[in-house]
Write a protein that binds this ligand. Structure first.
Ligand SMILES: Nc1ncnc2c1ncn2[C@@H]1O[C@H](COP(=O)(O)OP(=O)(O)OP(=O)(O)O)[C@@H](O)[C@H]1O
Length: 693
């Protein structure tokens, strides 16, 4: 940290902020004076004018002034204190559910008072509940404030007035030190205020400004800061990318015989798209800089074999490979695939998840450390501290969207060995629309597998009300009689895994009763890994006809003979997630079907969403529609997982800003390189240093 910058001074350097307050501020992510300055109000209170009681409407928040006409304590229902206030234009009641004896005396009839609160409908006309009030010495006493009062996001134990004072101090002392890193020409082009104007305007709005103007989406001060924040996030990824170019990675090359040997041992021929992506990967890995590449391909497009080819390049050059999957189920499947594809290549492939403990874990770790294992496949357990590699040359991360950008950066550290960085390949089936990709993947080059293996037929999707459940069950009977397999996916309230598992158990029981001749298996997230694995194995080798599952099977599960999927309550899931789930079928040459069994009545929006899924199998188009319907915030998972947290920007409100960011970032990197790290530090809290990650 640059200790000479006054903006970096700790909040504790300000008057009235002791250790305790500093640690509370830290909970809000505020450590330095700069952080305080960038802690902006989330709303404003208008105490600039007194409103006539007679003109008040429910829902408005108002400042009023009047005389107490009557005070009473009510014992009916919840005990409360009521004061009736009049100002000559009308009356309003104040209601206190808890109050002290002193308050009762203080709020006696005849007293002049001013109150600030939201106006609501009460039992007897309009009322204010627990208003912020002041007893006045005379009716003429002034109670209005000159400007709007900012209200800041708080944390427990911190008061508005304390935060307001601290911010005021920080502004007085340090606002002048704030450098505006956005070039003048840019401010002019977008009609943005300068940084100091924007910050001042939001913390201390001018007398003419209204709260509505301040909170409006197109308020130039807010927009400018949102722009700067999004730009900084994008820049942090670009910097990682530039810095990566300066690192050393092992160049891989492969001889023609090994290549042919591998390709021949596959049970299929690569598609044109797979070949193209493989060539891109090979070109990346032949350089002395680390590859940072994202492979995007629709469900079932055959990404795994592409990553296996990358692994072959590393092995041929004498390096180890780590393949990380988001779930155990998927890790096991990759393990089986890799084991089959590399069968003829005397390479030890090992499996590592959090479930593997004790001695087995110890020996597994040893094989990585002494270099006897060539490939390790597992879950995020791979990146725990205890895991060390002898010579890691390639990291493959599957289903990237489940890991955050910063996690990904931390992972790159694993292979650092004598100054060498591993190459990195990221695979995702979730197409991220271009505008959003730049906030998540700008550190990566992108390859797209835009072709499915030959002979795949589109999945026929139907939208069916749950009243026709029996018909659907009968259809499973016929299906299984034709030696095909099926999935029944139970989705319940997403947040509760326990409830989901319970629902799946019940469904499996019921289906067993009505379909006694069918072999039914159950798999859910709460089962032990070994049990889950056994069921999946049975399903793969067709000892189970119908697999009842929760959404644990969402990613990657690959059983080509399973061509029928029933998804219960599809209306509760996002379009992209449904597309992923549905992608478990249609993986062979035969016809495949997906039945979306919804609970009636279906809202118009839900009907529209399910209709999209019925009408198209194109993952890219579905992702675009999903974005349109749910908004970028939801699609990027910011709300659920907090993966991307912004101080000011809101992806749903600020999408319009995204288009310009890459070119502006480019120009800043070239013309004002000094601006880059300070901007990143201002908005992300830390500078980015790939070399030290
Ligand atoms: N070129 C090909 N020709 C025929 N089959 C292929 C080809 N490439 C892959 N496959 C097979 O297609 C199926 C899907 O491949 P894979 O599991 O790699 O898809 P994926 O892109 O990872 O999909 P998902 O995102 O659903 O996990 C597998 O059974 C795989 O063996």
């Amino acid at each position: 940290m640059d200790r000479t910058d006054p903006l970096d001074q700790s909040v504790a350097s300000l008057g009235g902020i002791g250790k305790q307050t500093a640690s509370k501020l830290e909970k809000l992510g505020i450590r330095t004076c700069q952080d305080l300055i960038f802690h902006l109000p989330h709303r404003y209170e208008d105490r600039t004018r007194i409103q006539a009681i007679g003109a008040l409407k429910p829902g408005v928040t108002a400042l009023i002034k009047g005389k107490i006409e009557l005070t009473d304590t009510l014992l009916r229902g919840r005990k409360s204190l009521i004061c009736r206030i009049g100002d000559g234009t009308g009356f309003i009641n104040l209601r206190f559910f808890h109050f002290s004896a002193a308050q009762l005396t203080q709020l006696s009839p005849g007293t002049c008072i001013s109150c600030f609160a939201e106006v609501r409908h009460g039992y007897a006309g309009l009322e204010m509940i627990h208003p912020d009030y002041k007893i006045l010495s005379n009716p003429k006493q002034s109670v209005t404030e000159d400007t709007l009062r900012p209200v800041y996001p708080l944390t427990e134990g911190l008061s508005q007035s304390l935060l307001r004072k601290a911010i005021k101090q920080a502004l007085n002392l340090h606002l002048k030190n704030l450098t505006d890193w956005l070039p003048e020409s840019l401010l002019q082009r977008f009609n943005y205020p300068t940084l100091i104007e924007a910050i001042n305007f939001l913390h201390a709005p001018s007398e003419q400004t209204t709260a509505e103007t301040l909170l409006q989406n197109d308020n130039p001060a807010r927009k400018r800061l949102a722009f700067e924040e999004l730009l900084s996030h994008h820049l942090s990824l670009r910097v990682v990318r530039e810095q990566a170019r300066e690192q050393l990675a092992p160049p891989f090359s492969i001889d023609e015989t090994t290549r042919r040997h591998f390709l021949k041992s596959l049970p299929f021929q690569l598609t044109g798209a797979q070949q193209r992506v493989i060539t891109e990967i090979e070109a990346d890995c032949s350089r002395q800089q680390p590859m940072l590449r994202l492979v995007q391909g629709d469900v079932g497009s055959g990404k795994t074999v592409v990553s296996a080819y990358a692994a072959l390049l590393a092995l041929a050059a004498g390096y180890q490979v780590a393949v990380m999957a988001p779930t155990e189920l998927l890790a096991e499947q990759h393990f089986r695939n890799f084991s089959a594809w590399f069968e003829r290549f005397q390479t030890q492939i090992i499996f590592l998840t959090g479930q593997i403990k004790g001695n087995t874990r110890k020996t597994t770790l040893e094989t990585l450390e002494d270099g006897s294992a060539g490939i390790v496949i597992g879950t995020h357990a791979l990146f725990q501290e205890s895991v060390t590699f002898k010579k890691l040359g390639l990291i493959v991360i599957d289903e990237q969207h489940r890991f955050g950008v910063h996690q990904r950066m931390a992972l790159r550290d694993k292979g650092r060995n004598a100054g060498i960085r591993p190459h990195q390949l990221v695979m995702t089936a979730t197409p991220i629309p271009r505008t959003l990709a730049m906030l998540q993947y700008s550190d990566l080059d992108i390859s797209i597998i835009d072709e499915l293996p030959p002979g795949r037929k589109p999945i026929v999707t139907s939208v069916i009300p749950s009243e026709r459940r029996e018909e659907v069950i009968a259809r499973i009977g016929h299906w299984v009689a034709h030696k095909r397999q099926a999935y029944w996916v139970c989705t319940l309230i997403e947040e509760s895994e326990a409830l989901q598992c319970e629902a799946a158990e019940k469904t499996a029981e019921l289906l067993t009763q009505v379909l006694p001749d069918i072999r039914i298996g159950l798999v859910h997230g709460r089962m032990k890994a070994a049990d889950k694995d056994a069921v999946m194995q049975d399903f793969k080798s067709h000892r189970i006809d119908l697999l009842v599952a929760t959404t644990v099977i969402e990613v990657g599960v690959d059983v080509p003979n399973a061509g029928l999927m029933i998804i219960e309550n599809p209306e509760r899931l996002g379009l992209s997630q449904l597309h992923q789930l549905r992608g478990r079928v249609g993986r062979g040459k035969d016809d495949s079907y997906c039945l979306l069994l919804y609970q009636s009545p279906l809202s118009d929006t839900a009907r529209h969403r399910l209709g999209i899924l019925r009408d198209t199998n194109d993952g890219f188009m579905i992702a675009e529609k999903d974005l349109e319907l749910r908004g970028p915030g939801e699609v990027m998972g910011t709300r659920q997982t907090g993966q991307m947290q912004f101080k000011i920007a809101d992806l749903d409100r600020d999408t319009d800003l995204l288009d310009n960011i890459p070119t502006i970032a480019e120009s800043l990197l070239h013309h004002s390189p000094d601006a880059v790290q300070p901007l990143i530090k201002r908005w992300l809290g830390e500078t980015v240093n790939y070399a030290e990650v």
